[in-house]
Design a protein around this ligand. Structure first.
Ligand code: ATP
Ligand code: MG
Length: 361
């Protein structure tokens, strides 16, 4: 989708919990992969723990450095306490807004020769609005307290996420075409397809605008087949026949939920990468969170693959398609050989899996 950047200076925001375990794996792979300019890295702060130490979750310096020095970035993970903590709001949500990273692209693929079911879909999640505008109110009424949240859907954001989805569907179809016969085993019918995920039968104004905006974009892509599906029945299909789904475009919240569900289809959250994309910046980020239940283990048992694949995805979106493919292949071979962390039934540590991937690379 993008011209290759000629220099690679990458902001590394490890964040909280296992973010600090898995981001170094991505860095080692970026240092080793052939075919890209030698990258340099700059470590940057953000996260809940940083907030606890300093009172700031996303320091201004982090944003300034990203904007002035970096070609791209990698983000590890951030803990979000489920209760409200005064003064804290998620730095990743803020960062996506600050850098205008309006699309979150999440490919969910199973490994050929490993998974019995061939899943190969990409979830394109709107990243800036929906319920994530976080305008919540609560009031006392005679019947008890009533809480409300504002859900914003704009024509502009829906149009640009729609366009991103159509571009990705075209690119994905091209890759599958190159793979030839193997593609048909995926239940893929031959052409690029975009499925619009919404709930406009109930939310006819907000989801109605999302659907209508993406449909308008569809007119610019006569070669892409357009489907739509109500989010609940989409979830049903996700479990019943995931092989038949290819590129999904979703408003922010549905995209969040559908992609965690899709991750379960391929074995572990620890496998699924994502990239946050704007018109002038790219940031790789594993789909998983800070995994407090396994954080701080020594040695770390966090699966580094989501983070490594996120680095590859970041490269892919910068135009380094071949180097990215090399990383995907190296990861697949490690999985096929059973060199995996405990979440996938293996015994290796984070670093040991990374060693195996580097060797394959
Ligand atoms: P957060 O609030 O930061 O999102 P969470 O409690 O939702 O934290 P997740 O990180 O989303 O936790 O993880 C959900 C589950 O998946 C946890 O049991 C976690 O251990 C597991 N998991 C997530 N990522 C990985 C990984 N990279 N390797 C192994 N297990 C993982
Ligand atoms: Mg989570």
């Amino acid at each position: 989708l993008r011209e290759s950047a000629k220099t690679l200076r990458i902001g590394m925001i490890a964040g909280d919990g296992i973010g600090r375990n898995v981001l170094p794996a991505a860095q080692r792979v970026l240092e080793a992969v052939p075919g890209i300019p030698k990258p340099t890295f700059v470590a940057l702060d953000a996260g809940f723990e940083h907030f606890q130490k300093t009172g700031t979750a996303l320091p201004k310096e982090t944003v300034d450095t990203l904007k002035s020095e970096c070609t791209a970035a990698m983000f590890g993970a951030v803990s979000s306490p489920s209760h409200k903590v005064a003064g804290y709001s998620s730095p990743i949500v803020a960062l996506r807004k600050e850098m205008d990273l309006y699309a979150n692209v999440r490919p969910v693929k199973s490994v050929e020769g490993h998974d019995p079911r061939m899943v190969d879909m990409t979830i394109v999640r709107e990243n800036t609005e929906c319920l994530y505008v976080k305008q919540e109110t609560i009031e006392d009424t005679p019947q008890g307290r009533v809480a409300r949240a504002t859900r914003q859907i704009s024509e502009r954001a829906s149009t640009r996420i729609g366009r991103m989805a159509f571009e990705i569907a075209l690119a994905a179809a091209q890759v599958k075409q190159q793979r030839g016969a193997a593609a048909s085993a995926y239940g893929w019918t031959g052409g690029p397809t975009v499925t619009i995920v919404h709930k406009s039968n109930v939310l006819s104004v907000t989801d109605g605008l999302f659907r209508e905006s993406v449909r308008k974009v569809a007119a610019e892509y006569p070669n892409v087949e357009v489907n739509e599906q109500i989010v609940d029945s989409l979830v049903y299909r996700l479990f019943r026949e995931p092989e038949k789904l290819s590129t999904l475009v979703c408003p922010n919240l549905y995209g969040d939920i559908v992609s965690d569900g899709a991750a379960a289809l391929v074995g572990s959250l620890g496998l699924v990468p994502s990239v946050n994309v704007g018109d002038s910046f790219i940031m790789g980020e594993p789909v998983h969170g800070s995994a407090p239940d396994i954080a701080d283990r020594v040695p770390s048992i966090a699966n580094p693959i989501a983070s490594i694949r996120s680095a590859a995805l970041m490269l892919e979106f910068m135009g380094y398609v071949e180097p990215a493919a090399k990383i995907y292949d190296a990861v697949d071979s490690a999985i096929r050989a059973g060199h995996v962390t405990p979440d996938l039934g293996g015994k290796l540590s984070t670093d040991e899996v990374t060693d195996v991937v580097l060797k394959a690379l």
